[in-house]
Design a protein. Structure first.
Length: 435
């Protein structure tokens, strides 16, 4: 199901980031200690009383070389376009300001639900002062304290009550996959090549695609939904207000995908931004295929493909499970191999292994490579069970989870890959103490 989107909008220094962190309940962090896996603090998954949603901190929007009011207006406009529910945050300490009134007039024109939250109402006396904000004409103000966390429960109750009715994504028998990459690597051309028709605008101007576009098609009896996304730009190059939200759209598309095609440009080689883009898919735990596009445009010899493969493996060590395909969207070279590979990776991503078979592999692994010791204590792995798929996630019951060194955890992952076909999908092993 597609998650609702909640945006926090307001002028600077009203506490948007503090409220954002409170609602997200955790620091937005890298899921693996690997180089090149980064994320801008713009978007976070959040949950309230069983209702999951995506949270946007518009304080993360940075528009270079623009006056302050222009930036505030841009933030409000983006929130109105992208969010299902808007939280308009003001500050009780400063009272109603001209900037608050300007934003309120903009929000009047929106057809989105708007909730007025008054931050820095830290005590009962200050909470009585929020009634001045009725003058903004946005209904009852909700007094909150980002520092103390008070009042957020009432605010979130009102937020989830405004969520639109959930609509299902692609049908259960349909494989949804997205195409991501930095701008101008040929994503739209690849989409067209896969579909066999010009359904997406193709241009050499970076950032042509603004919105995620879902297109259903069938290949060899298998139903697919392809999700094209806007190119993801470097932080320093995000100057147009919609560009920052292209990252949000890509993250949303990844969230709805079983498999993600990470597109690289063979002509330009591997850039740091490629690793950022790929990190989004890796962190989300999706199946990944690395697609090297424009392979027709480079001068090649007998070692070119192997050399590029070695470079990819060196730069994307955290994606060692991802198959690499060299294609040309322009000439359609090897594009016809992608649907079958996507189908295979999707099946691997959803694969389940019976506990009895799983523990046979575990016994052989422990017999060939004994568990490590730490401070005189030896790790003992008693048994393993799969607790979920997509991605395949296993719980290893041990005597002490602290003794499970990451290197032995990686060894067990490799043993699973040797025993079963998990190509294209990450594998998660969670050590848990046996009771």
């Amino acid at each position: 199901m597609t998650k609702p989107v909640v945006a926090i909008v307001g002028r600077p220094n009203v506490g948007k980031s503090t409220i954002f962190n409170r609602i997200a309940k955790k620091r937005i962090a890298i899921v693996e200690d690997q180089p090149g896996v980064t994320r801008d603090r713009l978007y976070a998954p959040a949950e309230w009383l069983g209702h999951e949603f995506s949270l946007i901190d518009t304080g993360g929007i940075e528009i270079a070389d623009t006056p302050l009011m222009t930036q505030i207006v841009a933030q409000a406009q983006i929130a109105m376009e992208e969010a299902d529910v808007i939280v308009f945050l003001v500050s009780n300490q400063e009272g109603v300001t001209e900037a608050d009134e300007h934003i309120a007039r903009m929000l009047y024109k929106s057809d989105k639900p708007i909730l007025l939250a008054v931050n820095k109402a830290d005590n009962p006396e200050q909470r009585q002062e929020v009634y001045d904000f009725y003058s903004l004409g946005l209904g009852d103000p909700y007094p909150v304290s980002g520092v103390q966390g008070t009042g957020l429960g009432d605010l979130l109750d009102a937020v989830v009550a405004k969520f639109p009715a959930s609509t299902p994504d692609a049908a259960a028998d349909t494989i949804a996959f997205s195409v991501i990459g930095r701008p101008n690597v040929g994503k739209s051309s690849l989409v067209n090549a896969i579909l066999g028709e010009e359904r997406v605008i193709v241009s050499n101007i970076e950032g042509t695609t603004r919105d995620a576009i879902d297109t259903a098609f069938t290949d060899d009896g298998t139903k697919f939904t392809i999700i094209d996304t806007a190119g993801i730009r470097k932080r320093g190059k995000i100057w147009e207000n919609t560009e920052k939200y292209s990252v949000l759209r890509a993250q949303s598309a990844i969230e709805r995908s079983a498999v993600v095609l990470v597109v690289l440009d063979a002509e330009q080689g591997i850039r740091d931004q490629d690793k950022h883009v790929a990190g989004l898919a890796h962190e989300a735990g999706r199946g990944v295929i690395i697609v090297v596009n424009k392979w027709d445009a480079i001068h090649k010899d007998t070692k070119s493909m192997q050399d590029f493969t070695n470079a990819v493996r060196a730069e994307f060590q955290y994606l060692d499970y991802a198959p690499i395909v060299f294609i040309s969207a322009k000439t359609h070279q090897r594009v016809n191999t992608l649907p079958a590979l996507i189908k295979k990776v999707a099946a691997n991503h959803d694969r389940r292994i019976a506990s009895s078979v799983l523990n046979d592999v575990l016994l052989r692994a422990v017999a060939t490579t004994p568990t490590p010791t730490m401070n005189g204590k030896r790790l003992r792995v008693y048994y393993m069970t799969q607790v979920r798929s997509a991605p395949p996630t296993f719980v290893a019951f041990v005597n002490n989870p602290d003794l499970m060194h990451f290197s032995y955890q990686r060894f067990l992952v490799n043993q699973l890959r040797e025993a079963f076909d998990f190509s294209g999908t990450p594998i998660i092993i969670i050590p848990r103490q046996r009771k």
